[in-house]
Design a protein around this ligand. Structure first.
Ligand code: HEM
Ligand SMILES: *[C@@H]1O[C@H](CO)[C@@H](O)[C@H](O)[C@H]1NC(C)=O
Ligand SMILES: *[C@@H]1O[C@H](CO)[C@@H](O)[C@H](O)[C@H]1NC(C)=O
Ligand SMILES: *[C@@H]1O[C@H](CO)[C@@H](O)[C@H](O)[C@H]1NC(C)=O
Ligand SMILES: *[C@@H]1O[C@H](CO)[C@@H](O)[C@H](O)[C@H]1NC(C)=O
Ligand SMILES: *[C@@H]1O[C@H](CO)[C@@H](O)[C@H](O)[C@H]1NC(C)=O
Ligand SMILES: *[C@@H]1O[C@H](CO)[C@@H](O)[C@H](O)[C@H]1NC(C)=O
Ligand SMILES: CC(=O)N[C@H]1CO[C@H](CO)[C@@H](O)[C@@H]1O
Length: 364
């Protein structure tokens, strides 16, 4: 283990114990109306994972009647646009944080997660459907939508990072049949969240502060609607003397670009398509869109991590890098960890026929 990794490992263990029971009064979901706007509410206390050691296995489908499963998903992801690939990484996060990693995010219908405000910009659904259709032809009824989302998140990460992020995905998840719009705003951290709020909301999913910071690096690719950082909870473009203020140069640019909430801008102004460690340099320079990104500088523990992930590898010559920024492997590990959250087995889940609908019990 290199000294830097050793420091990270120690930090990670120190950060492991986070108190999880908390209540907040300001959070109304970003744009999603609170059922009772004037009433503070308690978030559910962090539940221990319902299935703390989920029975997921690397190579699950190779051993279970569909050896070509991961290859089929990979092919579908290869055909996606860079933007859809970013969408697939986010889809996995939104799936796991609401009802566990059970493809609940894919269910269509009134008042499902997809209809909630945070869905408005989710993308990549078509890629999942395409993979599912191909899988149903080749191995009917075998591969869960939850596993497709997990594989696709990996494949998209691999592709956007030029192969730097690649990992094996333990599989064997079953699909859930519950999807409620109002679950999203209780479970998904809002972009105006401060360090305590986002740390607590990740802790409620079995992820520690280091995991949170590592996964936030997903914001090195993809886009955001202007409305996500210029709203009544926080307008990041306004003059702001605080240390979490957006870099004035970027804020002035966005002030010109953001003519409507629906205008999309890149999350990473420097390398918008690459999934890379540029995000941490952006955090250092205050060139990040959300409060939840900016606050990563606000504690000594998180700042040390930001600084180490921001560092470029040492170059032997202009083209030969020595070593590797630790973020890439940390991201892979954290994605696997996030993918364990409240996974369902055959007792409490099913293998959906179409990813957008729960099975009709009579015909399937
Ligand atoms: C720390 C808590 C987080 C907050 C508050 C947050 C918030 C957001 C918001 C507001 C957007 C833009 C939505 C829009 O307006 O279109 C976004 C986009 C995105 N987020 Fe996060 N996010 C968080 C964590 C994560 C994690 C854990 C991942 C995955 C590892 C992730 C991956 C992405 C990606 C890839 C996009 C771009 C999606 C696209 O281009 O379609 N985020 N996030
Ligand atoms: C959430 O939505 C479900 C149905 O969509 C409803 O039964 C439940 O009462 C709602 N919960 C809250 C707290 O509004
Ligand atoms: C920011 O700082 C400037 C100059 O120090 C001061 O005039 C201004 O009132 C401050 N604004 C806020 C919102 O604190
Ligand atoms: C841009 O700046 C002007 C002047 O400060 C302000 O009135 C306007 O609301 C800003 N636009 C956005 C999108 O923040
Ligand atoms: C603002 O961003 C530029 C790079 O675009 C950087 O050089 C500068 O240090 C940043 N300013 C602050 C206050 O972080
Ligand atoms: C599924 O998980 C539940 C809860 O952990 C457990 O009671 C049940 O026996 C498991 N079923 C199978 C088929 O493993
Ligand atoms: C959802 O799944 C559970 C467990 O398999 C089952 O008891 C329940 O009836 C299902 N609900 C719907 C609406 O299909
Ligand atoms: C991607 C997606 O499913 N978007 C949906 C989000 O919710 C709105 C409002 O219900 C739908 O119109 C969108 O299709």
């Amino acid at each position: 283990m290199t000294p830097m990794l050793a420091v990270l490992a120690v930090l990670a263990s120190l950060l492991g114990a986070v108190s999880c029971e908390f209540s907040i009064s300001i959070y109304a979901g970003y744009g999603f109306p609170l059922p009772n706007p004037n009433q503070p509410f308690k978030l559910p206390p962090a539940s221990p994972p319902k299935n703390p050691r989920p029975d997921l296995k690397v190579g699950y489908y190779a051993a279970n009647k569909c050896p070509q499963a991961e290859q089929i998903v990979k092919r579908a992801v290869e055909e996606a646009t860079p933007g859809e690939k970013a969408g697939l990484i986010r889809l996995f996060f939104h799936d796991c944080f609401v009802q566990g990693c059970d493809a609940s995010v894919l269910l269509e219908g009134p008042d499902t997660e997809r209809t909630a405000f945070p869905n408005l910009s989710l993308r990549g659904f078509n890629i999942i459907e395409k993979a599912k259709a191909a899988l149903e032809v080749e191995c009917k009824g075998i591969v869960s939508c939850a596993d497709i989302v997990a594989f696709a998140g990996r494949d998209a990460s691999c592709s956007l990072s030029d192969g730097k992020i690649n990992y094996q995905v333990p599989a064997g998840r079953y699909d859930g049949n519950v999807s409620r719009a109002n679950d999203t705003f209780l479970n998904l951290p809002p972009p105006f969240g401060d360090l305590k709020l986002i740390t607590d909301m990740f802790a409620a999913k079995g992820l520690d502060q280091t995991d949170m910071l590592v996964l936030s690096g997903g914001h090195s690719t993809g886009r955001s609607g202007c409305g996500s950082f210029t709203n009544s909870f926080s307008n990041r473009l306004q003059a702001d003397n605080s240390s979490r203020a957006m870099n004035r140069t970027l804020a002035d640019q966005l002030n010109t670009t953001c003519t409507a909430d629906s205008v999309n801008v890149p999350l990473d102004y420097k390398t918008p398509y690459a999934l890379d460690h540029q995000y941490y340099k952006n955090v250092q320079e205050h060139n990040v869109l959300f409060t939840s990104d900016a606050v990563l500088l606000e504690s000594p523990e998180t700042k040390v991590l930001v600084d180490s992930f921001a560092r470029d590898p040492f170059f032997l010559s202009d083209i030969i890098p020595i070593g590797r920024n630790p973020w890439y492997d940390a991201f892979a590990k954290a994605m696997v960890k996030m993918g364990n959250w409240e996974v369902k087995n055959s007792t409490v889940g099913e293998i959906r026929q179409f990813c957008g609908k729960v099975n009709d019990k009579k015909t399937y």
